[in-house]
Design a protein around this ligand. Structure first.
Ligand code: SF4
Ligand code: SF4
Length: 345
């Protein structure tokens, strides 16, 4: 079973980690039993976040029922030194004395980066937590590779977390070699590109066959957790069939898949382009309740104001036809709503 050294942390973990987003979608009992199973199978690293509602708490419950030691990784999107309070909450929720890896969460813009690294910023709060022994290593997560490049260049982080899948492979060139040279551990998120890739085999084999990184696919059912583990414990070189599937999906999604980099912003109508382009993933993640959430309704209503000015088109490095994709996603959403109404959902 392959283990990966997480850079200068000198922690060795199974190459397959686990991510705590999906267990929010199931009942507490189901969530806890999935986490227990993942730990019992042999996964060494569990990643979660303060922002993943009940995820830290469920991990805490599951860890009470197993004696196997795992490495915990959590994160907070608080941008000031008050992040220290989130570390304390995480410790209570997970019922542990230490969270070995703690990240600044979703630092996707340079303004955020300046804020977290500046005086009174979140980095200071994490240094305090590290000095007091509440955490061991400080990490940073981002959807923006340029922010991660800067973070690596400045050298303050022991671990970084980047998006990486066969639809979003850019980190392999831009980030992984620098991280290796600087001896920084690499966790990778979104191996299924937020649910766009439906076949687990090619998605995971692609990520697992990349050296020195630890992908952290989440799983909310026992079946998915076991399936991921099976892929990991068998040979994970890409098969001919995988390569064909990858090529087809890459071609199909080339002009449709939003990498959530936000380079297209700002939009004069204040449309959150990446969230509208990922509308189907949001609905999948939150289920039918998504439509009831205020932020979701405001997201959709703002998108209806797209004036098709085209400003965003010039900024998207992937040449996505953004106004067309907004219309397509809104039409998909309106159809879903009509269908749900008909079925009384
Ligand atoms: S085309 Fe639409 S989404 Fe793009 S910047 Fe203009 S208003 Fe915003
Ligand atoms: S539309 Fe293009 S620029 Fe905007 S977030 Fe998506 S990939 Fe990035």
């Amino acid at each position: 079973m392959e283990k990966v050294r997480l850079g200068r942390t000198n922690l060795f973990v199974t190459k397959l980690g686990w991510g705590g987003i999906p267990i929010q979608r199931v009942s507490e009992e189901e969530g806890v039993s999935v986490i227990r199973a993942v730990v019992d199978m042999g996964v060494d690293l569990l990643d979660t976040a303060r922002g993943y509602t009940n995820s830290e708490h469920r991990i805490g419950l599951a860890l009470q029922k197993t004696s196997r030691q795992v490495i915990l990784s959590s994160k907070s999107a608080v941008r000031t030194n008050e992040i220290y309070g989130d570390v304390q909450t995480g410790l209570k929720q997970m019922e542990v004395k230490k969270i070995p890896i703690y990240h600044l969460h979703a630092v996707n813009h340079f303004q955020d980066y300046e804020k977290v690294m500046g005086g009174g910023g979140a980095y200071e709060g994490l240094k305090r937590a590290r000095d007091e022994g509440l955490i061991d290593y400080i990490g940073i997560t981002s959807h923006n590779l340029s922010v991660l490049e800067k973070a690596l260049e400045e050298g303050y982080f022991d671990v970084i977390m980047a998006c990486y899948s066969f639809l979003e492979p850019e980190a392999a060139q831009k980030i992984f070699p620098v991280a290796k040279a600087k001896d920084v551990g690499v966790l990778t998120m979104k191996p299924f590109s937020g649910g766009v890739i439906e076949e687990a085999g090619p998605a995971l084999r692609f990520a697992l066959s990349t050296p020195d990184i630890v992908p952290i696919p989440g799983s909310e059912t026992l079946e998915k957790a076991k399936g991921n583990w099976e892929i990991f414990t068998k040979s994970y070189s890409l098969t001919t069939k995988d390569k064909e599937y990858i090529e087809i999906l890459r071609k199909e999604m080339n002009q449709q898949f939003c990498r959530r980099c936000d380079y297209c912003q700002p939009c004069s109508e204040k449309i959150s382009i990446q969230h509208i382009l990922g509308l189907q993933t949001v609905v999948k993640r939150f289920g039918p309740v998504a439509q009831e959430l205020d932020w979701f309704q405001s997201l959709v209503e703002k998108a209806r104001n797209c004036s098709e000015c085209g400003d965003c088109l010039q900024r998207c490095p992937y040449q996505l036809p953004i106004p067309d994709l907004i219309k397509k996603n809104l039409a998909w959403y309106d159809n879903l709503r009509a269908l749900n109404k008909k079925n009384g959902v």
